[in-house]
Ligand binder design. Structure first.
Ligand SMILES: [Zn+2]
Length: 414
């Protein structure tokens, strides 16, 4: 049956079925994609150079619970090291108050996926055990104000009480408390980033080379504009880890099913723990490598903050095409472990490959392209990297993708 799926596609006549006026809902999409609209939005002029500039200026988000930018975190930690934090509290109080306010909003917004107050205090005891000075100062201040230490609070069974305590200390704190909390948040944010670097830093560097090699190799066949290839290279070079903040989202894949994550416009990737919340484990080598390669392809794709563009996805449309391209390229970058070539020459996508149907659809389009039967893959690959020459051809290519995707999805689910 799988073989049929790919063979049928390969044998399809060249004329592309046009899904005019039809909105298609991919398997992974919340909203149906209108390919004409999507092609129009992807074709509109966009400032694709801004991502790297913003990153270099320290104004992209770190993905921590304080909602800080690099420049804010650096300012807080440098002032702290220099013993000048009280002058920031006077001259730029917002640098300290905004992260604390963001934490406050997170705790009062409720549990979502985890007990926020409980996890916050348990996490804090870990930093205290590691003798980090900003954790010790937070502990001292907490004891002075409430009579309870971080350990006392963490060990309590009263989860709602921990939420209330965290909400209380982050709501309109005085200068001393605000400063202590902001330094604590900046410290733990940097530790979270170091944690991913320590475990997966070498994997990230190795994968960057492979991801760029894949991009460059295919770009040479699709005629991707050189400035767009160079932009992708610059983005990959800058890409780094997020702060791996468990209060921002679960660090395990337990709830979301995600193994990794990339936030649009951040150039910051994340690898999530394996296992469950109760028994979280680091990801094994090959698994981590695959996750990093996938997130890095996202990081190298064309992006804008204002309309949430990432590769082929924009304003919530085109997710399926974007993930199909991303995971297909990631497969190529890590040696195609999920693509099996059968003895009769047919191709198969292994069952454990994420976004299996869209990856299958992209593979089919690439095979057609390599065989000179259609140009859709090249159009999609170039658009993913910010090079759109014809809105009409992009719409046709998106239609071809979704047509394949829908057919394959239904065959795979039989
Ligand atoms: Zn993805």
């Amino acid at each position: 049956m799988l073989l049929c799926a790919i063979m049928n596609i390969m044998e399809r006549p060249q004329a592309t079925p046009v899904l005019d006026q039809i909105r298609v809902l991919g398997q992974y999409e919340k909203f149906p994609t209108d390919t004409a609209h999507l092609a129009g939005e992807l074709s509109a002029p966009q400032n694709l150079a801004r991502l790297a500039t913003d990153f270099d200026n320290g104004v992209t988000p770190l993905r921590d619970v304080g909602g800080m930018f690099t420049a804010q975190r650096t300012a807080i930690l440098e002032a702290y090291q220099a013993g000048a934090i009280s002058s920031i509290a006077t001259t730029h109080p917002e640098i300290l108050s905004i992260p604390v306010q963001n934490l406050h909003e997170r705790v009062v917004s409720g549990n979502q996926d985890q007990p926020v107050g409980h996890n916050f205090f348990v996490n804090a005891t870990g930093f205290l055990d590691a003798r980090l000075p900003w954790a010790r100062q937070f502990d001292e201040l907490l004891r002075a104000r409430t009579g309870a230490s971080l350990y006392d609070v963490a060990q309590s069974d009263d989860k709602a009480g921990k939420d209330r305590l965290l909400a209380a200390i982050t709501e309109n704190p005085d200068t001393e408390l605000m400063t202590t909390l902001a330094v604590y948040l900046a410290g733990r944010s940097l530790e979270g980033e170091k944690y991913l670097k320590q475990h997966y830093g070498e994997t990230l560097e190795r994968a960057k080379g492979q991801v760029y090699a894949t991009t460059q190799r295919i770009a040479a066949t699709t005629g991707l504009r050189i400035d767009m290839l160079e932009r992708a290279a610059g983005q990959l070079q800058r890409a780094t880890f997020g702060s791996f903040d468990h209060l921002q989202g679960l660090v395990t894949s337990d709830n979301s099913g995600a193994a990794g994550d990339y936030r649009i416009g951040s150039l910051r990737v994340e690898i999530q723990f394996d296992g469950s919340v109760r028994s979280a484990r680091l990801r094994e080598g090959a698994d981590a490598h695959h996750v990093v390669a996938h997130e890095l392809h996202h990081a190298g794709s064309a992006q804008t903050q204002e309309n949430y563009r990432c590769g082929l996805q924009i304003n919530g449309q085109g997710l399926e095409a974007n993930e199909g391209m991303t995971e297909y390229l990631a497969q190529l970058s890590v040696g195609s472990p999920g693509i099996e070539r059968l003895t009769d020459g047919g191709l198969r996508i292994r069952q454990d490959v994420p976004y299996r149907a869209p990856v299958f659809a992209m593979l089919a389009l690439h095979e057609q392209f390599k065989a000179g039967k259609s140009n859709h893959f090249a159009v999609l690959f170039n658009a993913y990297h910010g090079d759109v020459r014809s809105q009409a051809r992009l719409e046709q290519a998106l239609d071809a993708f979704y047509q394949h995707d829908v057919t394959i999805s239904s065959q795979l689910s039989r």
